[in-house]
Structure formats: C-alpha cells, structure tokens
Write a protein of this length. Structure first.
Lengths: 498, 568
C-alpha cells in the first residue's frame, strides 16, 4: 500500500481489466433487465456471453506476460495461473448460462439478475484466485459467497431453495467470521501486514516477540493460519466442514449447484496454492499432516456417504466433497519441499480443476436434462440409455471420468495428481486415494447401471430440451473424452502456470 | 508399413465402431454384417504378422514409438514378441467367430452390441501390444467398459450384480497396480520412464520395495486370471454373460492376467517373482484342485465350464512359475488351448441354451441321437479340455507338468490330480447331457447345428487338432521370447544366489532335475549387457534343431535353475 501524495500511484489497469469488463457487463445486464422488465431475455443472454467472452479474451491476452500487478502491493496479481483459472471460470460461467435457459425462463421475475449474479460471482472467484493479500482474499470470498447465497435461493417459490439459501448463508457467515478472525491474528502476528508474500519475511511483532519461533511456527500465527484454513475448508467443503454441502447442493437450482461446485472449488484451491507457494507453510510437517488428514477424511467420508444416496444431486454433492479431498492431496504433495513434487502438485491441481469443470458441469447439465422438479432420482434414470442415447452416452462418459477410468480427462487428472503424491514420497496417501476411487466407482457406475441395464415400464421422462443445454452436455462430453486422449496441450499449459 | 500395422490392427475395430454410430440402429442385419466384416478384416490383417514375424529373434518386433504425453514421458509404444503375437492371433481369431455365433442370439440393441464387441477387440489387442506401462493400463481399464456393458445389458437375470462385481474386482487390483507403476516411474534413474523395455533394463525396484510392487502387480493379474482366493467374480460373470461375452471372457480376458505375469511381473520383478513362487504355485495348485472339485458339484453346464477355467488357469500359473522352458512355453500354449477349448465349450453351451433355454444338466439326457453333429463337436471340445493326446490340451498340460516336475515333483503330483478330476467332471457332464435315455419330450425335437453354427465351430476344432498334432509352429514362435523372460529371471536368481545365498547355491545346483545338464559354473553377476546368451542353453542351437523329436523332448536340455528350491 502506498501512501497518497508521496509519489504518483503506479497503476496497471490492464491487470484488472477482465474484472472491470465483467463488472460493466453485469451492470449492463441489470439495467437492460430492469428497463425491459425481464422480458428481453435473449439480449440479456447475449450480454452474458459477450461479457464472459471479452473477460476471457482480455485475460488470455495477458498470458505469458509474467506477473502483472494492479499496483505495487500484491492485492491483485495477474500471472499465468490467474489467467488460466479465470478462463476456466469464464468457461464454467458460459456452460452454466447455457444450461440455465429453461430455468430462468420459468422464473417470473428477476430473470436478468441471474446472469448478473453469475458474472459478479466470477469476479469474486477470479479475484480470490489471483490475490496475495489476506484482506482482498476475504473480500473476494465475501463477494462470491453473497452472490451464491442469492443464487441458491433463486427459485423463490420453492421451500427447498429457500432452505438452501438460508443454510448456506448462516453457515457461510459463520465461516467468514473464522476467516476474518484468522486474518486479524495473522495481521498481529506478522507486525501489521496482510500481504501473504511478506508474511514469511516479516519480523514478528515486537510486542509479542519470542526468540525461538519463526513467523510460521509462532503460536499466534498458528492459530491465525488454522482459522484461515477453516474458512477456506468450509468453502471447499472439506470434512468436517462439509455438512452444509448436500442440503445446499440439493436445494439450490441445479444450474447454480453446478456453477457453485466447480467455481468455488477452483477459486479456493488456487488461493490455497498461492498461500502454499508464497509462505512454504505446508512444508512444515504439522501443516502437511493436518492437510493430509483432512484430505483422507474428506475423500473417505464423501465417497462412502455418496454410496447411500438416491438423489443424483445429493450423490454429486458428496462426490464433489470427495473430489475436494483428492485435490487437497495435490496441495499436500505441492507443499513438500521436494522441487519435483512441488511443481507437479501445483500443475496437477490446475489440470484437475479443468477436468472437473467439464465433467462435473456436464453431469449436472444431464441432471437438468433428464430431471424433474429440480432433481433426478436414480429411479428416474432407468431406461434413459436407449431412449435418449446421446445425452445418456455423455452422462456415462462423465460418470466414468469422475470415477477416473481411462480414456477420459478424469483419469489423467487422477494420474497427474497421484503422480505428484508419489513424487512427494507419500505413497501411502496415494494408496488410500486409489482405494477411495474404487469405492467411488461403485456409485458412479450405478448411474450407468440404471441408465443402461434397467428398463423403465413407462415413459415418464420430462426433459429439458433447450438447445443450449444439449450443446453444453455434448460439448462437455467431447472435451472430457478428447482431452482425455490427447492431454499433452493442456499439460503444457498448466506447466507454464507454475 | 511394418511400423504401423500393429496400430492398424488395434484401431481398426475402434474406427469401425465410430462409423457404426452413424448407421441407423434399425438396420440390424447391416450392422451385424459390418461388425463381422471388420472383425474378419482385423483377423486377416493380423495374419500378416506371423508372415513378417522373424522367429527366434529376441526383443520386440513391429515396434512403433510415438510421443503421446511427452511431459511425463508417456509414449505410444507398441510392439510384439512371440508371446503377444500368439495371443493377438487368438483374439482376432475368436472375435469374428463370436460375432457369427451371436448372429441370432442377440436381437435387442444390436448396434450397441456390435459397438461394444468392436471396442472390446480394440481394448484386448491394445493390452497385448502395449510396451508402455501407462498405455497398457489405459487399455487394461478401458477394456472393462465394453465388457461391463456386454454382461450388464445382454446378460442373464443377475447380470447387473455380475457386471458390477466384475468391474469392481478388476478395479481394486488395477488401481494398486497403478500406484506401483508410478512408484516404478519415480524409482527409474536417471530418467523417469514408463517404458517396459527401459524399465526391464534399469530394473529399478529390488528388495522390499520390489516385493511390494510385485504384490500390487500380482494382485491385479491374479484377480484377472483368476487365482484361487480371487476367483469369485468369475462364475458370476461367466454365468450371467451372454454367450459371446463368456467366450471372450474365457478365451481372451483371463489370458490377460497370465500374460501380465509373463510380460510385466517376471521381467520387472524377477527377484520378487522367485521369492513368491512357492506361494503362487501353492495357490495355483489349490486353484486346480478346488476349481475341479467345485466344478464337479455343479448342476449348471455353464457354471461347470466356468469353474473348470479356474482349474485350467491354475495349470498356466503353475507352469509360468516353474521358470523353465517347458513350464513356461507349456503355459503359453495352454493359454491358447484354454482359449480354444473353453471358448468352444461356451459356444456349444450357448447353442444348446438357444435351443432349450436351460443349462441345467438334469434337463437333458440322451440327446446324442437327436443332434449328432453337435454331439461330435461337444465331444471334441470336451476331450480337448481334459487333455486327450492328439488334441491341444494334452500338449500344454504335459509340458507344464514336465516343467513343474523338474522343479518340484510334489507340485506336479498334486496338479496331476487336477487332470484326473477334470476328466471326471467333464465326462460325467457329457454323459448325462448326451447319453442315457431320451426321457424329456422337449429334447426329442431339438434341431441339430445349422450351417452358421458349424462354420463357427469348425475353425476352432481344426485349431485344436493343429496344436494337438503339430505344435511346432506355435512353440518355435514363442521360443525366443520365452527364453528371454526366463533369462531375466535366471539372471536375477544367480545374482541373488551369488551374493546372498552363496552357501546354498553350491550344493543345490548340481541336483537339477532329470534332464538337467546345466553347468554349475554360471558366470557371476557382472555381465549385465548380454545376460541371456550365457544362461539359456537352447539359445546356442538353432531353434528348429530339436523340435521334430516331439513335444515332450524338445526342451530336454533346458533346465530348471531354481537353485535352493529344488528338492528332487
């Protein structure tokens, strides 16, 4: 932070240009929507696509420019990782917008607001993924959360949706309080800086200085980092901070669930990666042990409970918990002092996020396609395989990919991740993870079983057949498959990020 | 051309499957015809392999190496040696036959069925040609998907249970293998690699780590084989699968397990293979006897054949872990034999089932008079399965027993019981189905085999006679490759005994089996550059020199070298 007046402020607007564009388009959407009283949906959608495309374009134009900063602080940095994640988020937003057409059309009011909120959330997620400052991190978390609270309750007529929004809101505020307290403690511990990159080198506060501790091991900062991690773990739905997930995922409108599961995970994990790289926090054994424990718990609980689910949305909620567990393994590997595993863990997570975006959004899009009343029970899947061959085949690809079976992107993501874990020397962790993925195979396959191996007595499927939705389903399936067979380009990209 | 012929064989069925997706699913006859023609084309293409294959040459042929994921040094590396060549031929030979066999059997969802079969063929051939561990893993897992659909969609009443069980059992083993592959990768110095040939040379994992990694590989393959305690998925899968699925499962999929042992476990972890040989041999023998006893108690023909597979594959495992030429080449031959004879049995059971819609032994009796042609085919398949001299089963089992006897006569004696039991349950089943009084009315009007069914069975039966009477071509094709694998194991054994088991190896070495003329003074460890030449005596004489004397004697001078374990 520079003091005003001491020197002309150095500002690089280009580093935040994508966010500005998203903001402008978001406001534009609100205006159009308000002026036309929500009737001009087509135009609103066009504006959404344009906003996402221009944000993606201007962030991509920053690719390979090194680390750009908005000002001299680390509040918003724009490096290859930010560009990568932001582009991924824009793709996620685009797919969400494509799948949501029918849902939004069904709403009587506030149609345009849906798209504006998505854009605002993406700003929050993008900033969260590209900040090295705890205050901005908190602001970004709040920005994306508040948008999501509203989106979760967007189906205003439905009790479930309201319940989801309220639950998410109350628990989310609670976790924000943890995050904020943690930040405050760290602020004190590091002699008054919120810049993550400087925390390591900061002198401990003279009032509390104890000779034998470094900043990272000092009790105050230990408590501070714990609280920050609790806040982040809540957003990523790590066990034991996951209890809100199934209810919120099930109650929220399906497009919102899809967006939430993919976007928040991508943003929060990238933030965790930045903390990892900037502070070397997870090179310390107690932190890596804690993360590893969280990861094991998260994978296992998520996978085991998912077996018992009958609603596809709930099942995908638990599966998303399990996937968060796998992803945290990458942070454990990346935190390892070994250079190879450090880079591999980092890259593996980024690759996994891309794979997860396509396969998970695709799976949710299928839930919208075949579901009724905002959810899809396993029973309803019966016989879909031969009645709706193309979307069902796409769903089968998503399920196999989520289960990590070749030749899909999910398989390569898992290989990448486990490779980094093995490189870090945690072969035991890798074994636990692969055994977990066998458990997961069971419930993912059950969907395939229902679709292809059971006949349904009567035709009861009311499907949402909007063109955008079909496009999203098929596009995701194609990407999941093709990038699973020819992943070299994506791997090259994520290698340039680290 | 030679470089790409393998890739063409692997991906031709896949391409055809993609094309089929665009054909209207109502045109079932056309789809069936396309499937059959493509499978036949693949077979014809694969026939060019033995034509250009240089027998007796060490190493891999038709190799093709393309960069796939260069960042992790994962390459598209394919190539074949004598071992994989024979199994590829078996695969491409069986696939058109089962497509023809299921011509009228499958009436529902024909398009999806043919697509699954073609994808399965790609997966199976892919497994046999892969020389890169990750590529192998991709084919190994991807092949599960079409098989899973085949069982789950076109199977019997408990098909879903069987399909999921099949999938999950295989997954459990293979994910652990994946971790072992990754450990191997990082252990390979100076450059990490997934390449099988490079890894065999570098030989990165020894000691405890090697043993654990061997365990992970062995578990994956043992489940697939299936070896004794891991076999429970097999009867379910076999019984519930449609005829074509059972045939493919028995003829090819089970061979992937034994192939995995030969191709990956032995060369990558020779010390661990030697160390675990007693356990695996014991499990194999338990499998032989247990499988036979359980088969004897079955009332369902298909289940009986399924359990007989457990027994037969026990023989194969026993032969591989004898680590001598007879045992190992017998095992490979027995893989082919089992593919042919059990494949034929499943085909025939399917034909019977199509006529009577039952597979219970008790529902038949005396039908030999009604269906003479079927009876002849059934008889031949049965006799081949129990190893009657003159048919293929005999050659393989004899070589395996010969090899095993030299290593450990006790093993061989126990295994022989399996043959006796095998004859008992097969012949008893055959008698109660075919002979006896024709007391069921429905059986009196059974139709004999039609031309299509005869066309399916005749090639298989011809191959049975070919291997049974004149196995020379098969044995000389596999010879060099088997020697190479054996050489790696022997070298590891000698290195082990020269360093750690010095006192044991001295007195034990001269006592090698009856035909053993292997020199005691094996050159010690250092010559890693050219290891096999010194160790495999057959190598000095041209491969064809001894073969005309007859199967039993051709490897007389190849010895067992299981120093320290030989207890004559």
């Amino acid at each position: 932070m520079t003091l005003p007046g001491t020197q002309p402020p150095f500002i690089q607007v280009i580093a935040v240009l994508p966010y500005i564009e998203l903001l402008v388009f978001g406001i534009l959407i609100l205006l159009v929507s308000a002026l036309s009283r929500g009737r001009n949906l087509r135009l609103v959608q066009l504006l959404t696509f344009a906003g996402l495309a221009s944000a993606a374009y201007s962030s991509l134009s920053l690719w390979g420019q090194g680390r750009l900063q908005f000002d001299q602080s680390h509040m918003v940095v724009m490096d290859n990782t930010s560009v990568y994640v932001l582009t991924l988020l824009c793709i996620g937003g685009l797919l969400t917008a494509l799948t949501a057409t029918n849902f939004v059309t069904r709403q009587e009011k506030l149609r345009g607001e849906f798209y504006a909120l998505i854009l605002f959330c993406i700003i929050g997620m993008g900033v969260l993924a590209s900040t090295l400052d705890l205050i901005v991190l908190f602001l970004a978390v709040e920005l994306l959360s508040i948008g999501l609270y509203v989106l979760a309750g967007f189906d205003r007529e439905k009790l479930f949706s309201n319940e989801a929004a309220l639950k998410y809101f109350i628990l989310g505020s609670f976790s924000s309080a943890f995050l904020l307290l943690g930040i405050a403690l760290l602020f004190g511990a590091s002699n008054g800086t919120t810049d993550i990159a400087q925390m390591l080198s900061a002198q401990p506060s003279p009032y509390l200085s104890l000779e034998s501790f470094t900043v990272n091991t000092w009790p105050l900062s230990t408590v501070g980092w714990s609280l920050v991690l609790v806040g982040m773990a809540f957003k990523m739905a790590l066990v034991p901070f996951h209890v809100w997930t199934p209810d919120v995922y099930q109650g929220a409108p399906t497009p919102v669930t899809a967006f939430m599961s993919v976007g928040v995970k991508a943003a929060a994990l990238t933030a965790l990666l930045r903390i990892m790289v900037a502070t070397d926090l997870f090179a310390i054994e107690k932190w890596s042990t804690m993360l590893a424990t969280l990861a094991i718990l998260t994978m296992t609980v998520g996978n085991v409970i998912a077996i018992a689910q009958n609603s596809l949305k709930r099942m995908l909620a638990y599966s998303s918990i399990a996937h968060a567990g796998y992803l945290v393994l990458g942070v454990v590997a990346g935190g390892d002092p070994g250079m190879v595993s450090k880079y591999m863990g980092y890259q593996a997570i980024l690759f996994y996020l891309a794979a997860y975006t396509f396969m998970n959004l695709g799976a949710f899009a299928f839930v919208i396609y075949a579901g009724a009343d905002g959810d899809l029970s396993l029973d309803r899947c019966k016989g879909l395989g031969f009645r709706h061959p193309i979307p069902a085949a796409a769903m089968a690809i998503f399920m196999l990919s989520l289960a990590g079976i070749p030749p899909t992107m999910g398989f390569l993501a898992k290989i990448y991740l486990f490779q980094s874990v093995v490189a870090a020397g945690d072969t035991g962790l890798a074994v636990i993870a692969v055994l977990n993925s066998v458990v997961a195979v069971y419930y993912y396959l059950r969907v395939v079983v229902m679709m292809y191996m059971h006949e349904s007595p009567e035709e009861k499927t009311v499907t949402d057949k909007s063109r955008g939705l079909l496009l999203a389903v098929c596009g995701c399936a194609l990407v999941t498959l093709l990038l699973g067979i020819f992943p070299a380009a994506v791997i090259k990209i994520v290698q340039m990020c680290s | 051309m030679n470089e790409y012929i393998l890739s063409l064989i692997v991906f031709l069925p896949l391409l055809a499957a993609l094309v089929l997706l665009f054909i209207d699913s109502k045109r079932a006859e056309l789809i069936r015809a396309v499937g059959l023609v493509v499978a036949l084309m693949t077979f014809v293409l694969s026939l060019s392999l033995p034509h250009h294959f240089v027998q007796g040459q060490k190493g891999f042929q038709f190799e093709c190496l393309l960069l796939w994921i260069p960042q992790f040094s994962i390459n598209y590396h394919v190539g074949i040696d004598g071992i994989s060549l024979l199994l590829i031929l078996l695969t491409t030979f069986i696939t058109p036959l089962v497509l023809l066999a299921s011509w009228t059997d499958i009436k529902d969802k024909v398009k999806a069925y043919i697509v699954c079969m073609l994808l399965l063929e790609t997966g199976m051939i892919g497994v046999f040609v892969s020389l890169d561990l990750i590529l192998f893993y991709v084919f190994w897992e991807a092949m599960l998907i079409p098989m899973y659909f085949l069982i789950g969609i076109w199977g019997g009443p408990r098909r879903v249970y069987a399909a999921v069980k099949f999938f999950i059992y295989t997954m459990v083993g293979s994910v652990l293998m994946l971790v072992a592959i990754l450990v191997l990768y990082f252990a390979a110095q100076p450059e990490h690699t997934f390449d099988l040939i490079a890894l065999t040379e570098i030989h990165p994992l020894t000691g405890w780590l090697g043993l654990i990694a061997f365990g992970a590989f062995a578990l994956a393959f043992a489940i697939k084989v299936p070896m004794f305690p891991f076999h429970t998925w097999l009867p379910d899968a076999h019984v519930e699968a449609p005829t074509a699925g059972s045939v493919i499962l028995a003829a090819v999929l089970l061979k992937m397990g034994t192939y995995g042992f030969l191709r990956f476990c032995l060369p990558l972890f020779p010390e661990a293979s030697i160390a675990c040989a007693p356990i695996i041999s014991a499990l194999a023998i338990i499998g032989i006897i247990y499988g036979a006893l359980v088969a004897m108690a079955q009332t369902d023909i298909k289940k009986l054949v399924a359990y007989s597979s457990v027994s037969h594959l026990g023989f194969v495992m026993l032969g591989i872990f004898a680590f001598n030429m007879q045992g190992m080449s017998g095992s490979l031959l027995q893989m082919l034999n089992h593919g042919l004879s059990t494949g034929a049995l499943f085909l025939i059971v399917g034909m019977i089932y199509e006529r009577r819609h039952t597979r219970q032994i008790a529902d038949f009796g005396g039908i030999a008079r009604v269906v003479p042609v079927l009876t002849v085919c059934f008889l031949l398949a049965t006799l081949s399965s129990i190893g009657l001299p003159g048919l293929n089963g005999f050659v393989g089992e004899f070589l395996i027993l010969l090899g095993t006897f030299q290593v450990n006569p006790t093993y061989a004696i126990f295994a022989t019981f399996g043959i006796v039991l095998g004859a008992a349950y097969m012949l008893r089943m055959f008698r109660s189905v075919m002979y006896g009084p024709l007391d069921k009315e429905e059986n009196a009007s059974l139709k004999d085999l039609n031309a299509r069914e005869i066309a399916v069975l005749v090639p298989v039966i011809l191959c049975m006679f070919w291997i049974g009477l004149y196995p020379k071509w098969f044995l000389s094709t596999m010879d060099a490759s088997i020697q190479e694998v054996q050489g790696i194991v022997l070298r590891a054994d000698h290195e082990g005994s020269n360093t750690t088991r010095q006192p044991l190896s001295g007195p034990a070495a001269p006592e090698v089996g009856p035909g053993g003329s292997f020199p005691v003074a094996v050159p010690p460890a250092p010559e890693t550059g050219e290891p096999i030449a010194h160790l495999a005596p057959d190598d000095t004489s041209p491969p064809n020199a001894t073969q005309d004397e007859g199967v039993g004697h051709r490897h007389r001078d190849a010895t067992t070298n299981r120093i320290g374990e030989v207890t004559p």
